[in-house]
Write a protein that binds this ligand. Structure first.
Ligand code: G4P
Length: 281
């Protein structure tokens, strides 16, 4: 059932090129990942670009993720040398910690500049992430806190809009859109399940099939609590159980599978099965 997808490579290279250009203006980059997908929502090409760049990895939508699994990933990225922070951009949780986390990453550099007698200048940053990961929500949330002002900064070739978050913290108001890359078909399913890709790139039947098998393996208790699915049911049996329970029926009491697909995906995305994580280490 796994399908290999060709994901607009043209778009991906264009966005990576744009990011590479902008990144030179930054003191630190904020890489926004989906807390449910700490691997699938990362573009592996980005690692090469940010290799020598101070980076803070933000795990957004922490409210929707499985905290135990997220902790494993946080340990993994920290071992790789990255600073990390889990956030919920929608409610604003931990967003006020971003500034000090950036200062911490840059503290040696700031200290060196001070010793050279240089005046402190604002830390400049930008947000990078795949579509729908929450970049605009985070930019809005960050500008709400503090004395946000937008304005052109002279001296930059193409006038960039910066949001002044505080006297020493500036955010580029256009995020870097990163295209996900999936050579591994699983990544495509993970992005589809969480709603990162909406344009029906993958058939819904395949996506729901993958999702229900995944839940059966990793979250059987949640399947039982939500849908009364107990034990090792086949995929179609699971659909039938959910369809009957939720009244997703056509004339003649046949199951309306299309509606069952929507029920399952909506439930997952709205946290009706609790916090879930799809990438495993
Ligand atoms: P983008 O700029 O990276 O493309 O993403 P955007 O901010 O538009 O956010 C995409 C969706 O994710 C939005 O939902 C937004 O409210 C939601 N979102 C962002 N951060 C969080 C978070 O920390 N937790 C939760 N639960 N949701 C978050 P939406 O407006 O309803 O749009 P959609 O879901 O219909 O796409």
């Amino acid at each position: 059932m796994m399908k290999q997808i060709q994901w607009f490579p043209g778009h991906m290279f264009k966005s990576l090129r744009e990011i590479r250009e902008k990144i030179n203006l930054m003191d630190i980059v904020l890489v926004l990942l989906d807390a449910r997908l700490p691997k699938s929502s990362m573009n592996p090409e980005l690692f090469k670009i940010i290799k020598h760049k101070p980076t803070l990895i933000l795990f957004n939508k922490m409210d929707l993720s499985d905290d135990t699994i997220l902790s494993d990933w946080i340990r993994f990225y920290e071992k790789e040398g990255y600073a990390t922070l889990k956030i919920d951009a929608q409610s604003g949780k931990n967003v006020n910690k971003i500034h000090s986390a950036c200062q911490e990453v840059l503290k040696d550099k700031i200290e060196k500049n001070r010793q050279k007698g240089l005046k402190d200048r604002p830390i400049r940053t930008m947000i990078l992430g795949i579509p729908n990961v929450g970049k605009s929500t985070l930019i809005n949330q960050m500008s709400k806190s503090g004395s946000a002002k937008t304005g052109n900064t002279p001296g930059v070739t193409k006038a960039q809009q910066w949001i002044k978050l505080s006297d020493d913290f500036e955010l580029l108001d256009t995020p870097g859109v990163l295209w996900p890359k999936f050579e591994d078909p699983k990544v495509g399913y993970h992005l589809a399940i969480t709603g990162a890709i909406k344009d029906r790139i993958l058939p819904e039947d395949d996506v729901v099939h993958y999702a229900l098998e995944f839940l059966k393996k990793h979250y059987p208790k949640q399947l039982e609590e939500r849908y009364g699915i107990l034990g090792d049911l086949e995929y179609v049996e699971m659909l039938d159980t959910i369809g009957k329970l939720r009244g997703a029926l056509l004339k003649g009491a046949e199951i309306d599978y299309q509606r069952v697909y929507t029920i399952v995906l909506t439930d997952i995305r709205n946290k009706q099965l609790g916090g879930l994580s799809f990438d495993r280490l």
